[in-house]
Design a protein around this ligand. Structure first.
Ligand code: PNS
Length: 162
């Protein structure tokens, strides 16, 4: 029997994508046949970057990964996963502090759809302190974000800061 192709979804807000996210995307692209980076469409939040900007930045920085695509979703993640025929949700865990929330989400998603597995991966140690929230804060307070995000994102961050 031929092995089944595995499509994974890497969901998130990506406001903006950081080097930690990119590290996880690269790791995920090596173990899954197809990886869909899915940006949540959440009209209640007021993000720094519009949905379109976040999608554009993601598309720019994943160009070197041929099996990675970028999409948006709203509603339940499990419903989106079924629509995309994905069997895996990929999430990153940076530190123990991420674990509780991630475990809750993974178990809720499993309750909603027992066929869907959440797979956790750790980014490189160098990125364990990184978050989009901190990147936004550093940028808004005039700090240097060059080593925190891909160059294309840093350029856009600078234009938001002025
Ligand atoms: O980057 P984030 O903000 O940590 O990503 C959170 C995200 C988008 C993965 C999560 O909020 C989500 O899956 N939202 C979709 C709504 C949903 O399915 N909720 C119930 C599952 S816990």
């Amino acid at each position: 029997m031929a092995a089944q192709r595995i499509t994974a979804i890497y969901p998130g807000s990506f406001d903006p994508i950081t080097n930690g996210h990119l590290d996880l995307i690269e790791r995920g692209s090596k173990i899954f046949d197809e990886l869909i980076v899915a940006v949540l469409r959440n009209p209640e939040k007021s993000p720094l970057f519009s949905l379109q900007e976040r999608v554009e930045m993601l598309q720019e920085v994943v160009q070197h990964c041929p099996n990675v695509s970028v999409d948006t979703f709203d509603g339940l993640l499990v419903d989106y996963a079924v629509r995309r025929q994905a069997r895996v949700i990929l999430r990153g865990i940076r530190a123990v502090s991420d674990f509780e929330n991630e475990m809750q989400m993974a178990l809720m998603n499993r309750k909603l759809d027992p066929n869907l597995e959440t797979v956790f991966m750790m980014p490189a140690v160098a990125y364990t302190f990184l978050s989009s929230r901190l990147v936004r804060e550093v940028c808004q307070l005039g700090g240097d974000t060059r080593s925190l995000v891909p160059p294309q994102v840093e350029e856009r961050l600078r234009s938001k800061a002025v």
